[in-house]
Design a protein. Structure first.
Length: 168
């Protein structure tokens, strides 16, 4: 046999198949975090810290490391880049924005579930905020919250923007 022929044949041989009997597949162990990914994503959306998420899923039975949770949280945060927003500047006393943070569930130490709503009033110029906890989102409650906000800031703006509120 010629030297060049042998050299060409050696280049074409798959060495992995020689060593491992033709079945070279790296076994990937199942991830410990797999069953907890949805919980981690939900908690990140709420703004929870990675350490608090780690302690929370540990209570749910997670056996993995903090670093694994931190790595997955970084992946999620990088994939959810914030979209650009346009900030609208207004003159003093021109506008305010009103919104509800709806149906927040609080659980007491005794296991009782309380559902609350948060009335949020933001002045357009100074971005000062007024918050009030409510048990419902009915129209009389809205008017009461608006009156309290007007009293707090000492006046009524020319415009009030309501964000998708059925009670309006």
């Amino acid at each position: 046999m010629e030297y060049l022929t042998i050299r060409k044949d050696l280049r074409n041989i798959d060495l992995k198949s020689l060593y491992f009997g033709g079945h070279y597949k790296r076994r990937v162990p199942p991830s410990l975090i797999e069953n907890y990914k949805s919980i981690i994503e939900d908690k990140l959306k709420l703004g929870c810290s990675v350490r608090s998420i780690y302690y929370f899923i540990q209570l749910k039975g997670y056996q993995g490391s903090y670093t694994t949770v931190k790595r997955y949280a970084r992946l999620i945060r990088e994939s959810c880049k914030h979209k650009a927003t346009i900030r609208i500047e207004t003159t003093p006393g021109l506008s305010a924005q009103v919104d509800w943070k709806e149906n927040l569930k609080l659980i007491s130490r005794n296991g009782e579930v309380f559902t609350i709503n948060i009335f949020l009033y933001i002045l357009g110029y100074s971005r000062m905020k007024y918050l009030q906890l409510t048990v419902d989102r009915l129209q009389p409650t809205l008017f009461e919250c608006l009156n309290h906000a007007f009293e707090k800031f000492g006046g009524v703006p020319e415009e009030i923007w309501f964000d998708n509120m059925k009670t309006v």
